[in-house]
Write a protein that binds this ligand. Structure first.
Ligand SMILES: NC(=O)c1ccc[n+]([C@@H]2O[C@H](COP(=O)([O-])OP(=O)(O)OC[C@H]3O[C@@H](n4cnc5c(N)ncnc54)[C@H](O)[C@@H]3O)[C@@H](O)[C@H]2O)c1
Length: 430
């Protein structure tokens, strides 16, 4: 059955959710308080880089509308998805002000039965808080659902439409039926649980994945000392079905808008419940250390060749996105800028966002990867964009002052590069 759905917050998650639900045949109104964003979307311009989103949006535009008018969207909809940002505060606690504001704005407009679905990543208890808040304004029946999102930027549409599972935290039958109906065309296991467990599933999933990354990074550091190859070790353990091969790529650590804040968030949730999550504290430390070690390696090379120009390939926190929030590249560049090195950098799509994050000191944003390596003393790859693998590395070497290549993502193989005359070093490679 076609449902009338409002999406509050039209960012990476909200826009993907809205577009995918329109594709599934529902009538969707996407709301955002950012007028510029809404104006662009109305003209068919997508304000984020997300492969495949524009095509679906164009094809199903009749099912989707964009507005800044939350009141009207709530009035016209039966189901309201909250997809606003929940970033970290400086001390690692979760910033809930956008979520609180959105819930209050919705609460003021509820006049008949609504299902309020929380898709933002929020601490355990946020659903309970939402319930109480809406009750202050509306005394009849309504439902609050937790439906955390697991999409990844860069493959968001596919992840939404072909998920490993759909989590529905719900406390009543009516809302459960509506939620199952909304997702009826998606073939995936649907886990029905209570709201609090659903809220915790999202944090637990991200924390587990981050733990896997920090684990393999520690193994990589042992490999470097033992002259073993972390890629082979990862392959060797990943084929064990109990472990699995994913999230075992050693490198300069995780970043992005979700992992760092969700790991900090879960540590804070645990602290709040008077529990010291020792393992996760170590995961964070290992991750930070991985970036420091990379900077140390760059420093060592520059000292050896008496140089000061570094080429950084990649700025996004991972390939296929323009998102630089908590990107290891940004952290590494900031550390290098403090050391007064000269940075030349290139990213296929994330330059615009990176310029807003980085100090202007000693940095040149280049139009292509060749311009970025010109006269560089060391090339440091920090985001594994597939296009880097296609480049003429002979030309790259000729352009560099010194042919040192530090591969922070183990994207290249040392044999080939050494043949071309590079000094190549990966993370945890022989
Ligand atoms: N980005 C991801 O890969 C991802 C994946 C899974 C879950 N999440 C979670 O989903 C949530 C949203 O993340 P995102 O990356 O899409 O954030 P985002 O910053 O890209 O988008 C949030 C949007 O909400 C809008 N907004 C904020 N308050 C509003 C309000 N009161 N009314 C209307 N619009 C409002 C902002 O203007 C912004 O456009 C977060 O909790 C995040 O942790 C994100």
């Amino acid at each position: 059955m076609k449902r009338k759905i409002a999406i509050i917050g039209t960012g990476y998650v909200g826009l993907t959710t809205g577009t995918a639900l329109a594709y599934l045949g529902h009538k969707v109104i996407c709301v955002d308080k950012n007028n510029v964003k809404i104006k662009k979307l109305r003209r068919g311009i997508i304000p984020i880089y997300e492969p495949g989103l524009d095509k679906i949006l164009k094809k199903h535009h009749k099912n989707i509308d964009f507005t800044t008018d939350l009141k009207d969207a709530v009035k016209k909809s039966e189901v309201i998805f909250i997809c606003v940002g929940t970033p970290s505060k400086k001390d690692g606690r979760i910033e809930m002000k956008y979520f609180h504001l959105a819930v209050r704005d919705i609460a003021k407009e509820v006049q008949d039965y609504k299902v309020i679905v929380n898709k933002s990543t929020v601490p355990v208890g946020a659903g309970e808080w939402t319930q109480k808040e809406i009750k202050k304004y509306y005394k009849s029946k309504f439902s609050v659902v937790s439906n955390p999102e697991f999409l990844r930027e860069g493959s968001a549409v596919k992840d939404f439409l072909e998920p490993d599972r759909i989590i529905i935290g719900v406390e009543d039958e009516k809302a459960k039926e509506i939620m199952l109906d909304i997702y009826s065309l998606i073939k995936a296991p649907k886990i029905i649980t209570d709201v609090k467990s659903a809220e915790l599933i999202k944090y637990a999933a991200n924390a587990f994945l981050a733990t896997k990354i920090s684990f393999i990074n520690e193994i990589a550091n042992i490999c470097e000392r033992a002259k073993a190859d972390v890629k082979k070790v990862a392959e060797g353990i990943g084929l064990d079905k109990r472990i699995g091969p994913k999230f075992l790529n050693a490198g300069i650590g995780y970043g992005g808008s979700c992992f760092p804040k969700d790991i900090d968030g879960l540590i804070q949730i645990a602290n709040y419940k008077k529990y010291n999550f020792q393992l996760l504290n170590a995961v964070v430390k290992v991750n930070e250390n991985q970036q420091k070690l990379f900077v140390q390696k760059i420093k060592k090379i520059l000292k050896r060749v008496n140089g000061n120009t570094i080429c950084i390939w990649g700025l996004a926190f991972k390939p296929n996105t323009d998102d630089v929030r908590k990107s290891p590249a940004i952290e590494i560049i900031k550390q290098l800028q403090k050391l007064n090195y000269k940075i030349q950098t290139y990213d296929p799509v994330a330059v615009e966002n990176a310029t807003k994050e980085l100090p202007k000191k000693n940095i040149k944003f280049c139009k292509n990867p060749f311009e970025a390596v010109k006269n560089a003393d060391v090339l440091a790859l920090v985001t594994e964009w597939p296009e880097f693998s296609e480049l003429d590395m002979r030309k790259v070497k000729k352009l560099m002052r010194h042919p040192y290549f530090l591969d922070g993502r183990n994207q290249f193989e040392s044999k080939e590069l050494k043949k071309l005359g590079f000094y190549y070093e990966g993370i945890g490679r022989r």
